[in-house]
Structure formats: C-alpha cells, structure tokens
Design a binder for this molecule. Structure first.
Ligand code: SF4
Length: 449
C-alpha cells in the first residue's frame, strides 16, 4: 500500500459546520470551479450554473446547508474565510453575482438541484457543476466530497508526490520505524509534516496553536450559548446547563459533567453552523476539542505536550482514513465519532506522558467500542444523534485512556490496525440507509422532524 502523505492541516481545518463533507467539501468544490472557469472564454456568454448534488449530499444536503456552502464557494469564498452571517444570508434565495474572469451571471441557492441519492459515480457524494448557456453545457466539472472536507475531481492531475522521510501506511509500519530509528512518535510525524507541507517546525507549531485555540474557542462559545439550534427539530442547547450543574456543592460527577459539557459545547456550535475545527470531520468536531479543553483547563497539561498529542491524534486519523474511511457516507458514524474518539484517546494518553504502546491501546479501545455505529441524522440535521454522540465520544476516549493506562503491554490482544480493518469491513457491509442518507435508523423512527 502507498505511504501516507496527508498533512496534519488537511485533517484539522477551521471552517463552518455542520458537516465537513456537506459544507467544507462542497464549498471547496465551488471555489475550485470558481477558479477553473476564470481563464475560460466563450463565443456566447454563459447565463447560468447548474449545480447537481448526489448521494447523501442530496439526501441530507438541505439540512446540512450544502446549498449555501457550494454557492458561497462559487462566489469565491473559502471555508477558512467565510463569515457565518454571510452563509446564513444566502439561505433566503436572493440572487448574488457570480464573477470569475470574463463571466458574470446571477446565482442563488435556488439553482441547486438535489438529484439522485443512489448513483454510479466513483464516490457517493458527488457534485456536478456545469456552466451553461440556456440548456447548452459549455463547461463541467465532476467533484467528489470524500469526507472530512477533502475533495477530488474527475480528471484531477496527479499530485507531485510528497516524500515524507518516514514512510508508513499503517500502525505496524509506523511502530517499526519508531523502533528502528529510536524516535518518539510525535518526532516522526513532525518530520513528515515539514516535508509534506514544506514549512518549518516552528511554523507547524504556530499553525497547531491556531487550531488548538479555535477548538477551545468553539468550546467556550458553546458553554455560554443558550436557546434552540437552527432547523425544524427545535433542539435546545444543553452545554451551559451541564457545565453549571458540575459546580453544585459536593458533586461527585463534576469532571464527568464538565467533560460532557465540553463535548456538547463544540458540537452545538457546529450544529449552529458556527466556526469549528474538523477533527477529523465537522460532525465529530466536539470530541477532540473537548479533550483538549479538559487537558489544558482541567488537568493543567502544558501546551507543548498537547501539541505533541495532536500530532499523534493526526497520525491515528491518517491511518483510519488511509485504510478505511473517516466519512459517515462511506462507513457510518464509526468513521466520524468513532475515529475522533480514537484520536482523542491517543491524544489524552500521549499528552499524559504515556509511552506509545499505551497510546495505541487507548486509541484501539476507543475505536473498537464504536464499531458498527451507523450514521442516521434525524431530519438530515447534524443534531440527533450527533451532538450527544460527540459527548459520548470524548467520555469513551477518556475511559479508554484510563483502562489503557494500567494495562500490561503483552496482555493487549487487539491492535489499532486490526480494529481499523474491522471498521472498513463493517462499513462495506453496512446498508446505504445507515450512511448519512437519513433513510434508516433514528432518522425514520423519530417522527415529525
Ligand atoms: S450520525 Fe455521526 S457520522 Fe452521521 S452526521 Fe451525525 S456525527 Fe456525522
């Protein structure tokens, strides 16, 4: 299998919620199209853009705000620089002016077609963007939103290979490198990142700090917000209440309540379409931020150690993505909250100073107990079960860390690679109803949403 060349900053991205595959990916596709047409010229001016969404982008795109995201991208916005208020303002269908090169035409979310859910494209979540004059297609691009805000497109030129110094495709290979080279894991990932992203170690830590600060800000914002989340479900925010209850006198559950509150907080911010960090996706954007917040604010772990733990979390996410998937549309929620929980467990263990084998065991255990988890968001909104599930994900991560921290190395029976393989197989066997289409599970058993 090919070596992993994903950057830490492809996995952790700051952007608007509520679903990286439904918001960040489509916005990047729209932005790519905006750039792609800039140098084109036509005898007759195009007068409309056809936007067709397939797979779960069609099934749940409306609830996830995919229409606003792709239109914002077409208008020249990127996930990291778009204002939530601007995205909200697109929802009413007001026409905006698309300007790129010599092309100028009106565009609104009403141009978005929610097309077939079942399809034969190479990836279920496909966007077809077409520049047209009346019915005539002048130019088209086929984009795939492949999870976690990553995109590909048909005919995409092969990337210039990025050659990291430590080449691995799974955990066993990475461990062999660490053992041969006498390295700690974060050192290998850091060296790889400098080669992959072409920036210095200091710049990597600066960017990691921005990611960590954005994660903590999302938690802080969620802890003070009140009211009802957007959409027809009418779901009340809960983070603030959980946090306040944790300070009741003689509360034996205060840490657990606060850990839950942190998970709810960032996840509720995501559901509100506010700025979060994909970790590894937006739907699971509450788990790692909750762990980071707890490590720094509750346990007093230094930033240096948390940065190192984030590099380990990234490596765990890379391996899951490379050998299975981190997309709910591909493998269900085991790939989103399950992988986030594994990444968080590894982060907590490593930041607490545990050696790598305990870190791996914590991550393995967290993912093992999410195997088979389906993705069935009620009404297509990343709210039920997603918000509570993020809180469960961080609690399970902490629990996995606690169990792993007293384990004996030779007694542990399941490796991280084995559980990732099980996730991939389970995902393949999972019915499409349970892969972010809202056609099964809770999405159909919960009425009136
Ligand atoms: S159920 Fe899980 S995978 Fe599906 S949208 Fe919610 S958080 Fe994402």
């Amino acid at each position: 299998m090919t070596a992993i060349t994903t950057s830490v900053f492809e996995l952790f991205k700051i952007g608007p919620g509520p679903s990286s595959s439904h918001t960040i990916g489509p916005m990047k596709a729209g932005y790519n199209f905006h750039l792609a047409v800039a140098d084109l010229s036509f005898e007759e001016q195009p007068d409309n853009i056809e936007i067709r969404l397939y797979g779960s982008l069609s099934a749940t795109g409306e609830g996830h705000g995919t229409d606003r995201a792709v239109v914002a991208g077409l208008l020249g916005f990127k996930p990291e620089n778009v204002e939530c208020e601007f995205l909200d303002s697109l929802a009413d269908g007001t026409s905006r002016q698309f300007e790129s090169g010599r092309i100028s035409l009106g565009l609104s979310v009403k141009d978005v077609v929610f097309a077939e859910v079942e399809n034969d494209f190479p990836y279920a979540n496909t966007l077809l963007l077409r520049l047209r004059k009346g019915e005539e297609i002048l130019f088209e691009q086929e984009y795939y939103s492949i999870g976690g805000g990553f995109i590909k497109w048909k005919g995409q030129p092969a990337e210039i290979p990025r050659v990291p110094p430590y080449q691995y495709s799974n955990m066993d290979e990475l461990k062999a490198i660490l053992s041969d080279e006498g390295l700690r894991m974060h050192q290998a990932i850091l060296a790889n990142e400098t080669a992959i992203s072409g920036i210095s170690e200091d710049e990597i830590y600066e960017k990691l700090d921005a990611i960590l600060d954005a994660m903590k800000q999302a938690v802080r914002n969620g802890l003070t917000a009140e009211g009802i989340l957007p959409g027809p479900i009418g779901l009340h925010r809960k983070a603030k209440r959980l946090f306040e209850n944790s300070s009741q006198p003689n509360c034996a559950d205060s840490f657990l309540l606060r850990l839950n509150a942190y998970g709810f907080a960032a996840s509720e911010e995501n559901a509100a379409g506010h700025i979060v960090v994909t970790a590894p996706t937006s739907g699971s954007a509450g788990v790692i931020p909750a762990a980071v917040y707890a490590l720094e604010e509750e346990l007093g772990i230094e930033r240096e150690r948390v940065r190192e733990g984030m590099l380990i979390a990234a490596a765990l996410g890379f391996i899951a993505k490379h050998n299975a998937s981190i997309a709910g549309a591909e493998v269900g929620c085991q790939g989103e909250v399950g992988v986030a929980s594994a990444m968080a467990a590894g982060l907590i263990a490593y930041a607490n100073g545990h050696r790598f084998w305990r870190t791996e065991n914590a991550a393995e255990s967290a993912l093992e107990h999410h195997l088979g988890l389906t993705c069935d968001p009620v009404g297509g909104y990343v709210q039920i079960p997603c918000i509570e599930r993020n809180a469960m994900g961080v609690v399970r991560a902490y629990n996995s860390y606690l169990i792993a921290s007293v384990e004996n190395e030779e007694f542990h029976k399941v490796s991280f690679d084995e559980v990732v393989k099980a996730m991939a197989e389970t995902g393949k066997d999972m019915n499409a109803k349970y892969k972010e289409t809202s056609l099964g599970g809770l999405a159909v058993s919960v009425p009136n949403c």
